[in-house]
Write a protein that binds this ligand. Structure first.
Ligand code: BTN
Length: 288
């Protein structure tokens, strides 16, 4: 990879702001060299009253966090680690739908941003892993203020592997993870990518709030989990189910027809998975 282009420049507020075309997202912008986790930084800012659309982006994270308590590999200078604060006053009966769909619509936005920036076509593994050719290129960790109230906020944390060669990943990730540069054969300008990501999120989020998009259908069209045999860890390794993922529910849940259900009702009706660790089962091997 050539190091002469802006792909390897440090992420600066100026570079991001120049590329930004959103009204709200990223207009309050915190660009930091390193932090334990941009989600933790954004959570503190949100609790102190930071406005809707505030973005925290770091060049490196020292304790980057993934879903289900896993670490997120966050070396400096290569990737995108950012967290977006979304907060909106709304009737309390709409909050839980909002909390369910924000992670999924954000995943669609990240996939779209990758597509418009690179020409690659990522798919999604439910709920919000971003895949290219069955390898993980990014993931989202959404955290909320806790109680579903009219003053709720969500932190949308996005980690995207951008300019890493595959052999730069730790050995345990090498077969599972990839980066945009590894897939496209060229590096990417992280500021331009972040601006595209915020723009795609802005579009989908506003369309979702105004009811002018069928986000359920848009998500399903991107979702590589639909049609797959899946193994879902509910709580513990021993507490899991297997079956066929058939669709996405109105609440964003993964609908699974389970194998050999005990209960006659579940023989004809899919069960709704709202959280948990989903593994795509292929040829009796567990991957991703
Ligand atoms: C996953 O797939 O497990 C989710 C990964 C989310 C990582 C991002 S990086 C920015 C933000 N800060 C964190 O500590 N985590 C998220």
């Amino acid at each position: 990879m050539s190091s002469s282009i802006s792909a390897f420049q440090p992420l600066t507020s100026q570079a991001i702001t120049m590329a930004l075309c959103t009204k709200t997202l990223g207009r309050s912008l915190h660009v930091i060299e390193d932090t334990p986790s941009t989600n933790s930084t954004a959570m503190s800012l949100a609790q102190d009253g930071a406005p809707d659309g505030t973005v925290v982006v770091a060049d490196a994270q020292t304790s980057g966090r993934g879903r289900l308590g896993r670490p997120w590999y966050s070396p400096p200078g290569r990737n995108l680690y950012c967290s977006i604060i979304l907060r909106r006053a709304m009737p309390s009966d709409q909050v839980s739908r909002w909390l369910s769909w924000v992670p999924l619509l954000s995943a669609v936005a990240v996939a779209r941003a990758i597509q418009v920036t690179s020409g690659l076509r990522p798919s999604l593994k439910w709920p919000n892993d971003i895949l290219i050719e069955q390898r993980k290129v990014g993931g989202l960790l959404c955290e909320s203020s806790g109680m579903a109230t009219a003053n709720s906020f969500v932190i949308v944390g996005i980690g995207l592997n951008v300019n890493m060669w595959r052999d730069a990943f730790p050995a345990d990730l090498r077969d599972l993870a990839t980066s945009l540069a590894a897939e496209a054969g060229r590096p990417f300008d992280r500021a331009v990518l972040l601006a595209a990501l915020l723009s795609e999120l802005d579009l989908r989020y506003e369309a979702f709030l105004s009811g002018t998009t069928d986000i359920q259908q848009e998500y399903e069209l991107r979702c590589a989990t639909i049609g797959q045999r899946v193994r879902v860890g509910i709580d513990t390794e021993s507490d899991c189910i297997e079956g066929q993922a058939v669709s996405i529910g109105e609440d964003g849940s993964l609908q699974v027809m389970v194998d050999n259900p005990q209960d006659p009702f579940t023989r004809r009706t899919p069960i709704a998975i709202r959280a948990g660790d989903v593994v795509h089962v292929r040829n009796n091997n567990f991957k991703l």
